[in-house]
Design a protein around this ligand. Structure first.
Ligand SMILES: [Zn+2]
Length: 316
């Protein structure tokens, strides 16, 4: 019985991690309304944000890589980073044919065929519908509240130049394209949870679908994928030219026997509050684990400590 919750704070200067729309030559950053308190009054400001969907996509891409390098099964759609999951007959038939009538058998076939759909869930929207909720959860990344007013999303001007034929001397404007990319700058916080007990277990019967050894391997790759995603900063869009300048500034990891979620790192006292909340659980006799990366301690050190703890506990 193990539930992992991670709170991450990261600084990103000039990022384009989550773009929502392009109007002409202008690409907009995702923005959300944010309630903040100023001089005792509440007000709404619009701040740059990165959707949970975008972070989940990145996590699943890392999961594909980790699963494949461990020799575990990943279906063809997920291998390509196209996470339709087994949403309909066409996609499911690639895994199992003929398609069984029993939802339990459908779930079993999908889970066996693909680690990403085991850990990340799926929705088979046919008759009968089969739903498996994701073993991992991820929040939006939002600016830390106390400094949210300093978060910005500003358009940056860029120009794409085409080779001009010197002999024609035309040099008209179409050879230079002007475009704008809205970039965000903020100290962000987000939460990632992983229910290790859900991996390889049927969402319908709560019984194991896979053998113990396979379940342990899958838990291990699901942890490695998280480690890799955070330590490589490979999440979000436009990394090739707008790789965010900054990195993880703080991180907290808890492991509990039952679901427990760290206090959101958008609050300045999130570490203190998480500890206080955990202490109550401890009084109830629950075994708890907590580790923090802050100041001199880097994120990887805390993540590794958590993974070592889970290893000791026989989670994988
Ligand atoms: Zn898949």
């Amino acid at each position: 019985m193990m539930f992992l919750s991670v709170g991450i704070r990261f600084e990103a200067n000039v990022e384009a991690l989550n773009m929502v729309e392009t109007a002409g030559n202008y690409t907009k950053h995702r923005r959300v309304p944010y309630l903040i308190e100023e001089n005792g009054k509440l007000k709404t400001v619009y701040v740059p944000a990165i959707s949970g969907e975008s972070l989940a996509h990145a996590y699943q891409e890392h999961l594909v890589n980790e699963a494949l390098s461990a020799g575990l099964p990943v279906c063809d759609d997920c291998r390509r980073g196209e996470f339709y999951k087994s949403m309909n007959k066409i996609h499911l038939e690639k895994k199992v044919s003929p398609i069984p009538d029993d939802p339990k058998e459908i779930e079993e076939a999908i889970v066996k065929a693909c680690v990403v759909e085991d850990v990340g869930g799926f929705l088979y929207a046919e008759k009968p519908p089969v739903r498996r909720s994701s073993a991992f959860q991820v929040s939006y990344a939002l600016p830390v509240k106390s400094v949210a007013l300093f978060a910005t999303s500003e358009p940056q001007l860029h120009a794409r130049h085409a080779q001009i034929d010197a002999s024609s001397k035309k040099g008209n404007v179409s050879e230079q394209m002007i475009y704008y990319v809205e970039t965000g700058t903020a100290l962000y916080g987000f939460i990632f949870n992983l229910d290790l007990d859900a991996v390889g277990i049927s969402a319908i019967t709560s019984k194991p679908i896979l053998d113990d050894n396979e379940i342990k391997k899958r838990r291990e790759v699901s942890l490695k994928a998280l480690f890799r995603m955070l330590s490589s900063s490979q999440f979000g869009a436009k990394l090739s030219r707008f790789f965010p300048v900054g990195g993880i500034t703080e991180l907290i990891v808890t492991v509990t026997e039952h679901p427990f979620v760290v206090t959101s790192p958008i609050y300045d006292d999130y570490i203190e509050r998480t500890k206080r909340r955990l202490n109550i659980l401890k009084n109830f006799g629950e075994e708890i684990f907590i580790t923090i990366a802050k100041e001199d301690r880097v994120a990887e050190e805390a993540l590794k400590e958590a993974i070592d703890y889970l290893n000791e506990k026989g989670v994988f």
